[in-house]
Design a protein around this ligand. Structure first.
Ligand code: HEM
Length: 486
């Protein structure tokens, strides 16, 4: 979101970028020359560099959408360009979203940058071709589907209360973005690893922070490069997770723990029709890593935007507060939230949905053509990248009336154009963590609005895309505890 494919964008430094470019020039020239006729319109830009730097610059100024809109005005909804050393076809609109989300995975494959592939490992969901992807995703979904997640509402509730007590209560000022990251990191690690708060979890969290640091780097494995540090941290994380896998397998055999305890026990317990494990140990480890990485940053961004929206618009804050106070009133002191409580938070989720429409954490993604593909009368040649900014349809005035207006009533009107709301992607590779994200978001907003009032320190703080949204100052706020509920 990853972990998200747009992670592709960040380049450590221009120097490293140029070194990599030089290494891949021959491949680029071959691919570009090999392209047959009926290529989409557009210029490939400078060899290798193509339009990468322009796009990066626009994204960092939070003008990525404008930059792409200009392309669409100039060339139409399909055009060619050069991005990150590869010939690329940019496609746009609901029909582009539909094409990507419904295309056979043997023709159009997921496409991660080399740094991510090497750090996470070969057996992760992002890298898999359709057959393995279906098997591994099916296994993950037995844990991430709503019926299974229901039992973790209490765990999430407990994590949030501990977090608020430690980081928010009694503070007069705080910075929201890093705190939301800490929270979602802790929630997801408690659900995945099933480890109580303490030294063991803290050390895993620290190791994962180091893993993240080099995810977006140029994959040069030399001493002191962030990529080397990330590789080392990921090897350490994986060896700890592998130990956990062995421990939990033994505990399951002795019936000391439940198969539903956490993601690892759940994956270990899935057997096929011949009573054999559905996932190998290596697959469990690599996919635990991917869920950790894909699962925390995206949700923390949504929560950070919600804090901003609630501070900026008193009428939205008042309605969310009313909904949440009604739920709070129906509960005894310290009684945790339940699945049914979350189901009642309809208005709050509409606010979150509208936030996801206007400020999607994942803005764009890449795939790779595994064969020549015909699309809208043009050829996307084998080996080329397909690049699309799915979420641009969410700000399209032909689909959403007055798209710049924050308007939760949009979701009262029924269905929209198919493939136009795609904050969680679509098709076989849509986000499997959307339900978990919803649970975390609603629970946290419940405790925030019932427990605190806040004001933004900088009313007009802007954010850049790097490639996920990052607030320039991390969203500092002035904070007031309403009462000590926690
Ligand atoms: C607000 C929160 C979230 C947003 C906006 C979000 C968004 C997305 C999007 C747009 C994709 C598809 C990317 C593509 O098509 O290239 C995706 C995939 C994915 N997400 Fe999320 N996500 C969120 C939370 C989570 C959580 C909590 C988890 C962990 C449980 C998670 C795990 C994944 C995984 C594993 C994939 C890859 C799925 C596959 O390839 O089959 N996400 N996410």
């Amino acid at each position: 979101m990853l972990v998200s494919p747009p992670l592709l964008f960040t380049m450590e430094s221009n120097t490293l970028y140029f070194i990599v470019c030089l290494l891949v020039i021959p491949l680029y020239v071959l691919l570009a020359k090999g392209a047959s006729k009926r290529l989409p319109p557009g210029s490939m830009g400078m060899p290798i560099i193509g339009q990468s730097l322009e796009l990066l610059k626009a994204m960092r100024a939070n003008k990525g959408e404008e930059w792409l809109k200009e392309r669409v005005e100039k060339y139409g909804p399909i055009s060619k360009l050069g991005l990150f050393g590869k010939p690329t076809v940019f496609i746009h609109g609901p029909q582009a979203n539909k094409f990507v989300y419904t295309c056979d995975g043997n023709k159009l494959a997921n496409h991660q940058p080399a740094s991510i592939r090497r750090i996470i490992g070969e057996k992760n969901l992002f890298e898999m071709r359709p057959e393995d992807h279906k098997r591994v995703r099916g296994a993950l979904m037995t844990f991430l589907k709503p019926e299974a997640l229901k039992q973790y509402v209490g765990t999430i509730d407990e994590e949030i209360r501990m977090h608020l007590k430690k980081h928010w209560e009694g503070k007069q000022e705080t910075v929201v973005e890093p705190l939301m990251k800490t929270l979602t990191f802790n929630v997801i690690s408690s659900i995945i690893f099933g480890i109580e708060q303490g030294n063991r979890r803290d050390s895993l969290v620290k190791i994962f922070e180091s893993v993240m640091e080099g995810m977006l780097s140029v994959p040069i494995n030399l001493p002191f490069t962030p990529f080397r540090r990330s590789l080392q941290a990921s090897a350490k994380a994986k060896s700890i997770i592998m130990e956990l896998v062995h421990e939990k397998r033994q505990d399951l055999a002795k019936n000391i723990i439940s198969p539903k305890k956490d993601l690892i026990t759940s994956l270990l317990s899935i057997r096929d029709e011949n009573d054999l494990p559905v996932l190998s140990d290596e697959e469990i480890v690599d996919n635990t890593v991917i869920v950790m990485i894909a699962g925390h940053d995206t949700t923390s961004i949504l929560l950070t935007f919600l804090v901003r929206i609630l501070a900026k618009d008193p009428s939205i804050y008042a309605k969310v507060l009313q909904e949440q106070e009604e739920i709070a009133k129906s509960k005894a002191n310290e009684e945790p939230l339940t699945w049914d409580d979350l189901a009642k938070m309809k208005y709050t989720w509409r606010v979150a949905t509208e936030s996801l429409r206007m400020y999607p954490p994942v803005f764009c993604s890449f795939r790779q053509a595994l064969e020549d593909i015909e699309y809208e009368g043009y050829i996307i040649p084998k080996g080329w990248q397909v690049f699309w900014a799915a979420c641009m349809t969410q700000m399209d005035e032909k689909i959403y009336h007055d798209p710049k207006k924050f308007d939760t009533s949009r979701y009262e009107e029924g269905t929209k154009t198919p493939f136009s709301f795609v904050a969680f992607g679509g098709g076989a590779r849509s986000c499997p963590g959307n339900e978990l994200a919803r649970m975390e978001t609603l629970s946290m907003i419940h405790y925030l609005v019932t427990g605190f009032k806040w004001k933004l320190c900088c009313e007009d703080e802007s954010f850049r895309r790097d490639p996920l949204p990052v607030f320039n100052q991390g969203l500092p706020i002035k904070l007031e505890s309403k009462l000590s509920l926690l």
